[in-house]
Design a binder for this molecule. Structure first.
Ligand code: GLU
Length: 464
């Protein structure tokens, strides 16, 4: 049975990279009729943000990455919130102390800080100097009885080769001399990520553990923990981080890391998922546009790429536009009204959908393009005050139009162009400006039909 998990920390709106990984977890679990789990990793109390958990679940819902087990849904292997599992971590940490694979450390912050400074000044990578490793049992008991602040550390023996087998990258070798005696239980009694992730993945029966490549350097500690506990390890997959076009890690500074930003920009969740799928993996069919269902059918974790994909917003824009064009008018109308809110006349919005479908890439393009239908332009992109005679003539002709339909409106305007002996392009550009305020707009005749005769004439005559 395949079981995958995503383990977000409740520190705010989910990062797009979390969705990127969750997509693979979800697709793989669904492909093999397994379970996809959302575990909340809330043991870092300094980074904890109230309500972030709710926001995380909403984001997963928006993408349709529905979990089988989670902190909100429950399941057979709960609790799924790490802060509710503290006694478990304690128990397992003490087991490691008993078996000689972990030890109490009573070093003060000041001592650790001094040690770090010395190491740095000597050009060494700061690591714990194992000061407390060889305290006798009596010394340890005495210090604990005296309530001396302590942590529990992993005991890593020198001179060992540790092999991390990664499903994407193959075997990665580490020398244990370069691996720190990691804190497992902090002074506040909370576990560190390293201890909690191993215990949880094991107890939750995770079979395929996928996470970002930033965790590769920690993975030898996890491999050792599995070994010390005598547990079978899940298969590890470390995905390549999403990168900016300049190859730097996709970061907040570039403004597009938060799922919220994508929602506010009017990207469609299905288009984002499609794009993220392409970022990490190449479709064997060569197809660029595919639904989540199709993705699930063809995706294999081992095909994930190990090199950092470049996150190219222009490509996402293109893809989003493709999804918009493929959507039925009805569906697009629903998406648009959800996006723009209640203040716009729904009937009017409905009529505009066929006009703008080919012209928008994101839902946020809708209002700038159609605003003129909801309110009269307040300014014009080009000076129109010297065109009064032209507008008088158009208004006169349009006033005579009986059936206010796009084709007939167009014919009337064409006739006016001829009467005025103007170039079509010049004339229609002027008309577009009068009606919409802008040089670029949805098709003019259709827009005028939607606006209605009275309103069009008002806009034209206000300039005469
Ligand atoms: N809580 C970790 C994070 O947010 C999860 C890492 C993992 O998937 O193991 O980065």
């Amino acid at each position: 049975m395949v079981r995958t998990r995503i383990a977000p920390s409740p520190t705010g709106y989910p990062h797009i990279g979390t969705i990127y990984q969750a997509l693979f977890d979800y697709a793989f679990a669904k492909k093999y009729s397994g379970q996809f789990i959302i575990r909340i990793e809330d043991t870092d109390r300094n980074r904890f943000v109230e309500d972030a958990e709710g926001v995380i679940f909403k984001a997963f819902e928006w993408f349709g990455l529905t979990e089988d087990e989670s902190a909100r849904k429950g399941g057979d292997y709960g609790p799924y919130r790490q802060s509710e599992r503290l006694d478990l971590y304690q128990k397992y940490a003490l087991d490691l102390v008993d078996s000689g694979h972990a030890y109490y450390c009573f070093c003060t912050k000041e001592r650790l800080e001094d040690m770090r400074k010395v190491m740095q000044s000597e050009g060494r990578i700061p690591m714990y100097d194992k000061h407390c490793r060889n305290l006798s049992k009596d010394e340890v008991s005495k210090k604990i009885n005296d309530n001396i602040t302590h942590v529990i550390r992993l005991k890593i023996l020198e001179g060992r080769k540790i092999v991390v087998n990664d499903g994407i990258r193959g075997d990665i070798d580490f020398d244990s001399n370069g691996v720190d005696d990691q804190v497992l239980i902090k002074a506040d009694g909370f576990p560190t990520y390293h201890l909690a992730v191993v215990i949880d993945d094991h107890l939750m029966k995770i079979t395929h553990m996928l996470r970002g490549e930033e965790w590769i350097s920690s993975s030898p500690k996890h491999v050792l923990l599995y070994e010390f506990f005598g547990w079978e390890q899940p298969l590890f997959f470390h995905t390549a981080l999403l990168r900016n076009p300049d190859k730097s890690k996709l970061s907040k500074r570039h403004g597009h890391t938060s799922v919220k930003w994508y929602q506010e920009q009017g990207y469609l969740p299905e288009a984002i998922l499609n794009y993220l799928g392409l970022m990490g993996w190449t479709n064997p069919d060569g197809k660029e546009i595919f639904s989540l269902g199709e993705f699930i059918k063809v995706f294999e974790m081992k095909d994930l790429r190990s090199v950092g994909p470049i996150f190219d917003l222009k490509k996402l824009d293109w893809m989003n536009g493709e999804y918009i064009r493929q959507m039925s008018d009805e569906k697009l109308y629903n998406r648009i009204t959800n996006f723009i809110g209640e203040e716009y006349d729904k009937q009017l919005v409905k009529r505009t959908v066929p006009l703008i479908k080919e012209r928008i890439k994101k839902l946020s393009d809708y209002i700038p393009l159609t605003e003129f239908l909801f309110k009269r332009p307040e300014s014009y992109e080009v000076e129109l005050s010297d065109k009064k005679d032209i507008f008088k003539k158009v208004a006169e002709n349009l006033d005579r139009v009986g059936d206010w339909e796009a084709d007939i409106i167009g014919e009337s305007m064409l006739k006016t162009t001829q009467q005025l002996e103007m170039k079509n392009t010049e004339f229609f550009m002027l008309m577009r400006l009068v009606i919409t305020g802008k040089k670029i707009s949805p098709p003019l005749n259709e827009s005028m039909e939607i606006l209605g005769k009275g309103e069009c004439l008002k806009r034209i005559t206000s300039l005469t």
